[in-house]
Design a binder for this molecule. Structure first.
Ligand SMILES: NC(=O)c1ccc[n+]([C@@H]2O[C@H](COP(=O)([O-])OP(=O)(O)OC[C@H]3O[C@@H](n4cnc5c(N)ncnc54)[C@H](O)[C@@H]3O)[C@@H](O)[C@H]2O)c1
Length: 331
């Protein structure tokens, strides 16, 4: 049995990694989370019981959270973070404190623990400024220089902390003898992703009968990465040998679509018969985003499979059912 720790493992991506590893078999899984965003719902309880997962509650901004952990793990997935544009706007100073502290405390714990390999989860936001300001290649490969568009803008606090993480995990792994690989995600989506992402927010607005329906940043492009594909890329990054110190762009390079296309397709799914109105994008929002995933395809044999229309349809259906059942909106 491989011993696996998922820090921030109760969240959207973390719990799906747990499910994947549980189904695969051969893993003893531990989750450490403070349930800031992760939910102790029936999905988590079901997986915990089915795969005998250990769940530890702890706030990783405090070094004490790590005292409850065993000292040795074969694999550590570092997923804990405050995520979402809304938080960068509402509590940028807290986001800096929390994300910096939980990265630093994890690195300091790794110094004393005996860990085989860590995967640190980063983001395309780290290079958004390079694309925006310097017209860098899209689809974008891993060697893109990282850049902050406007250091004063709260939106970029998240990217600043992820850059710290990328550098920190690589330097600590070199110095303290554990392996480390970085994955940069690109718009991961799917059922149970919370309500801070574009798809659930658009579903809520359609249900609230917004008309004319505002298309913020209608001509901006994104490529959406279905959760099962993101999980497969992440686990491959962990399990593939000779990937120490490497960075991989995990995303979908097949369908770069405009926000207008996405929302209007969702409107069709939700039988919207009103009109659309194009509106300027929120400030700091990048105009184009699509990863070049050839490195992940070649080195990891990563191969995203979900067609965007099928993925969006299953996600919309999940959210409509969830909201119509009268359950609470969750972070
Ligand atoms: N979802 C995406 O599209 C996306 C894109 C780029 C990068 N990422 C990165 O992937 C990782 C996972 O993302 P996600 O979508 O699952 O987010 P998520 O918010 O669902 O999961 C993050 C988890 O971290 C936990 N957490 C936050 N603060 C903590 C603290 N102080 N102590 C312990 N746990 C804490 C939360 O409770 C949550 O369970 C994050 O690091 C995120 O930055 C995600």
């Amino acid at each position: 049995m491989k011993k696996v720790l998922l820090i921030g493992g109760a969240g959207f991506i973390g719990l799906n990694i747990c499910k994947h590893l549980g189904e695969k078999g051969g893993y003893k899984i531990t989750i450490l989370d403070n349930f800031f965003r992760g939910k102790k719902d029936e999905v988590l309880t079901g997986l915990v019981n089915k795969y005998d997962i250990e769940v530890l509650t702890g706030d990783c901004t405090s070094p004490e959270a790590y005292l409850q952990l065993e000292k040795d793990f074969d694999q550590v997935y570092m997923l804990a973070s405050v995520v979402g544009v809304e938080y960068t706007q509402k509590i940028p100073e807290e986001l800096i404190r929390i994300n910096t502290a939980l990265i630093f405390n994890t690195l300091e714990w790794l110094k004393t623990a005996s860990v085989g390999k860590v995967v640190f989860t980063s983001t395309s936001e780290c290079y958004a400024g390079t694309v925006e300001q310097f017209d860098y290649t899209v689809p974008t490969p891993e060697e893109v220089p990282l850049c902050i568009d406007d250091i004063k803008h709260p939106r970029f606090t998240y990217a600043v902390t992820k850059m710290l993480g990328e550098s920190g995990f690589i330097q600590y792994s070199n110095a303290y003898g554990f392996e480390c690989t970085i994955v940069r995600y690109h718009n991961v989506y799917g059922p149970r992703m919370g309500f801070k992402h574009v798809i659930p927010q658009v579903v809520q607005r359609f249900l609230a009968k917004e008309d004319p329906f505002k298309l913020y940043g209608h001509d901006q492009t994104r490529s959406f990465n279905y959760i099962d594909d993101a999980v497969s890329g992440t686990v491959l990054a962990m399990e593939t040998e000779n990937t120490n110190g490497e960075i991989f762009h995990i995303g979908d390079d097949v369908a770069e679509i405009t926000i207008g296309e996405l929302v209007q397709y969702m409107g069709t799914l939700m039988n919207f018969e009103g009109t659309y109105e194009n509106v300027e994008a929120h400030s700091g929002s990048v105009s184009r985003r699509c990863p070049d995933v050839s490195k992940a395809r070649n080195v990891l044999s990563y191969s995203p499979k979900m067609d965007w229309k099928d993925g969006v349809k299953s996600t919309v259906n999940w959210y409509v059912d969830y909201l119509k059942s009268g359950k609470d909106v969750f972070e």
